[in-house]
Ligand binder design. Structure first.
Ligand code: DGJ
Length: 384
């Protein structure tokens, strides 16, 4: 009933051209109805602000455990005020063609969209796992559109940076593994989480020729228009930051490895007062773990680990408010205003995953942190 009422009010308000009248607080972890009164279905998402409107792209999930693989595609919602969201449909549908890389049943995670001013195109990147191959493919998918809400045209997928050596390793490490070294590595079990014998200085050499593994990912556009792809690589053990070409469609041929062997997932980058930050998580599948914060003066590092960005009880810190980061959203028109967007996954009923949006605050040292709030609104950013 509440949803129907909301839907009617939302539609009426939109028709009258003042959706902002429905202003309501963010209520982290609760059902978040869209204009149709349906819980928003955009998991592992990210937001693009374009010409006065926010567009939220995310994984469309279906009910049950089967919902964790892609049955529908990437959804897109739009909003003027960040509270009230309109369902704009499926920006990139999965394919009915069983030969397609993005066939129904593939794993398509953490889609992000950026706008390229030079080409006038909207560019979507996502983590792609080929159907029935678990998480072994570890590829990056790219799609492009002329209109922000799509339809996006799938361009293809690859493992990034084939044939390119990382910019931040010494020259004497820039050589493929010998057959003996490769054979030794093939005997190590690499489950995508920490293992004692993780070969943290060898995997980028093993994957040099065929391209680097790319799973959890994000995009970041710097003030100068250069864009970067961040991804969990090397069986999740090491993050890569990779510059994109001017059209944002491919890796430009320069990347660095950061925190080798630290197993970071869910990376989200933002910039505040000239410093670059990454909020990430550990690697525990769909289960929550303590978030991590890192910082650098230059995107090319050196990156410094700064501990946990979540402030609260031990339980809240241990699970990051039962959530995992997906994006840091700069709020338009407000200074120092960023929202940390996270997912509270529900792997047993994927469609019921919840959104944990919290304001980032800055401590006396200027470092960002997040604190639990039952309810909050953008007025939070006006507080002294
Ligand atoms: C954690 C990742 O952050 C998610 O995007 C997803 O890949 C799950 N692992 C799958 O277990």
């Amino acid at each position: 009933m509440k949803h129907i009422l909301f839907s009617v009010l939302f539609a009426a308000s939109l028709a009258a051209g003042h959706a902002a009248e429905l202003l309501k607080p963010f209520v982290p972890g609760e059902i978040w109805p869209d204009n149709n009164g349906v819980h928003i279905n955009a998991h592992g998402g990210g937001i693009l602000f374009h010409e006065g409107t926010y567009y939220w792209f995310g994984q469309h999930m279906v009910a049950g455990g089967a919902g964790n693989v892609a049955h529908v595609g990437v959804s897109v919602y739009s909003s003027k005020d960040l509270y009230n969201w309109m369902d704009d449909g499926i920006a990139l549908p999965v394919s009915e063609d069983s030969q397609s890389e993005i066939t129904k049943g593939c794993i398509l995670e953490r889609p992000k969209v950026i706008y390229n001013k030079k080409t006038g195109k909207f560019v979507m990147w996502f983590h792609l796992e080929l159907k029935d191959q678990g998480y072994n493919a570890a590829r990056s998918g790219v799609a492009v559109a002329d209109k922000v809400t799509g339809p996006y045209q799938y361009l293809g997928s690859f493992r990034p940076n084939a044939g390119v050596w990382p910019a931040n390793v010494p020259d004497d490490r820039k050589k493929p593994l010998t057959e003996e070294e490769a054979a030794a590595i093939s005997k190590i079990h690499l489950p995508g989480g920490p293992v004692p014998d993780y070969p943290k200085e060898s995997l980028f050499r093993l994957h040099h020729e065929c391209g680097q593994m790319a799973r959890d990912m994000n995009l970041f556009v710097d003030d100068d228009g250069k864009a970067y792809h961040l991804y969990s690589s090397e069986h999740n053990g090491t993050l890569h930051i990779s510059q994109l070409t001017d059209d944002y469609l491919k890796p430009a041929g320069k990347y660095i490895r950061i925190f080798p062997g630290d197993f970071n997932e869910a990376p989200a980058m933002f910039k505040h007062q000239g410093k670059y930050y990454i909020i990430s998580s550990g690697c525990t599948g769909w289960s929550h773990n303590p978030a991590r914060l890192s910082m650098a003066d230059s995107i090319w590092g050196p990156w410094k680990s700064l501990g946990h960005p979540a402030v609260g009880t031990d339980e809240q810190k241990a699970t990051t408010f039962e959530s995992q980061s997906t994006f840091v959203l700069p709020v338009q028109g407000k200074k120092d205003a960023f929202i940390l967007m996270s997912d509270r996954w529900k792997p047993e009923n994927a469609i019921d995953g919840r959104y944990i949006w919290l304001p980032l605050q800055f401590n006396d040292d200027g470092l960002p942190f997040s604190e639990w709030k039952d309810k909050w609104d953008l007025g939070e950013f006006e507080k002294p």
